[in-house]
Write a protein that binds this ligand. Structure first.
Ligand SMILES: *Cc1c(COP(=O)(O)O)cnc(C)c1O
Length: 356
């Protein structure tokens, strides 16, 4: 279905942040995409308008029961001034999967991608050119019906906003310390862990606060049932290289299916590196460590791409992985993925999409 996307240009362009020190998440571009939903019309009124605050009724359902979903992806500027998106169709697919879980009506994925390309084209100047910088894209849907009844909303708004972000690694890639969380739970099978929905993240703050206080940068989440199997690190998927084999927790029903995760799995398979998706317990990991077989560990996600784990702390059991240095395979994965994303390397998998 072709639909026209109305465009209203801003009259007041904002100043852009200083390229060498952009704080994550604080700057937003001049325009945003908006589309509405009602039961009678379905999704309607796709438009690009000046970025501005929105007005909602205090009883709007989003404020009370958290009926909302979001996505996160990036646009990169290449050395020859092209703008690339990385597997964006996967993000809109996942947005719809999240929506299904939260009883939000799905969107037309193709329309969303067309709208995103158009929005970025209008906001071209906001895609930073400094190496390591990128334009972070935040699509999200909120329940807008003014009604505090405990039922799914009858109206929604889908929006996309853009935020220039700095390099995740300003002083080179530095492995991080991780604290094993054995009290709080991020998600359980049958819950909402597979959806990118607000409540999951608010519920994780408490554990993150404690980890930060103890000097760790992220938490390692265990399965909610037995607190035995490894699930994710912070809001990243997690990989371990044990005795030459790469292992990542299987999609158990409480793990978020990362676009970076599947890309890493596909790269490893293509390289002939053994990679397995299966349950892995913390006990098994510590045993591998004790036997000197744990070679590398890293988290994966859009923000950092690869975040090597240098230290894992579980009460009195502490492990130091690969001498707190980035592993050889982690480095190769990082260089390859970022190389493809930024157009520095060829893209034999057809993962990138040029905005033009
Ligand atoms: C978004 C997210 C990830 C990573 O997904 P990417 O698509 O690779 O960015 C992993 N875990 C959680 C909980 C997330 O919210």
């Amino acid at each position: 279905m072709t639909r026209t996307i109305e465009v209203v240009h801003t009259k007041n362009k904002k100043e852009k942040p200083n390229a060498d020190n952009i704080v994550f998440g604080k700057y937003f571009s001049d325009h945003m995409f908006v589309m509405d939903y009602s039961e009678e019309k379905g999704w309607y009124g796709p438009r690009i308008v000046p970025y501005a605050p929105i007005t909602l009724d205090p009883s709007a359902m989003i404020f009370h029961y958290g009926q909302t979903v979001f996505e996160g992806l990036k646009a990169y500027r290449t050395a020859d001034d092209r703008i690339l998106l990385f597997r964006p169709e996967k993000n809109f697919r996942r947005l719809n999967q999240s929506s299904e879980r939260i009883s939000i009506p799905t969107i037309d994925e193709e329309l969303a991608l067309t709208a995103l390309k158009k929005l970025i084209d209008i906001e071209k100047e906001w895609v930073p050119s400094l190496e390591g910088n990128s334009l972070y894209i935040r699509p999200f849907i909120i329940a807008t019906e003014p009604n505090i009844n405990l039922t799914p909303s009858k109206t929604y708004q889908f929006m996309m906003i853009l935020s220039p972000v700095g390099s995740y690694y300003k002083e080179g890639i530095k492995p991080v310390g991780i604290h094993v969380e054995d009290q709080y739970t991020r998600a359980v099978k049958g819950g909402t862990g597979t959806a990118k929905t607000a409540g999951n993240y608010a519920a994780a703050y408490k554990a993150q606060e404690r980890a930060t206080k103890e000097g760790y940068s992220q938490v390692l989440w265990l399965d909610g049932m037995e607190k035995k199997f490894i699930e994710e690190v912070g809001s990243m998927n997690v990989f371990f290289k044990i005795n030459g084999e790469v292992i990542t927790p299987e999609l158990s029903g409480s793990i978020l299916e990362g676009v970076t995760r599947i890309s890493i799995i596909e790269l490893l398979k293509d390289w002939g590196v053994p990679v397995t998706e299966r349950k892995i317990s913390l006990e098994e990991l510590y045993q591998a460590y004790d036997q000197g077989e744990l070679e590398e560990a890293f988290g994966t996600g859009t923000a950092a791409v690869i975040s090597p784990v240098g230290e894992l702390n579980w009460g009195h059991r502490n492990m130091v992985i690969n001498n707190k240095e980035i592993g050889e395979l982690s480095k190769k994965l990082y260089d390859t993925l970022t190389g493809i994303q930024t157009g520095k390397m060829a893209d034999p998998y057809d993962w990138t999409l040029e905005v033009q």
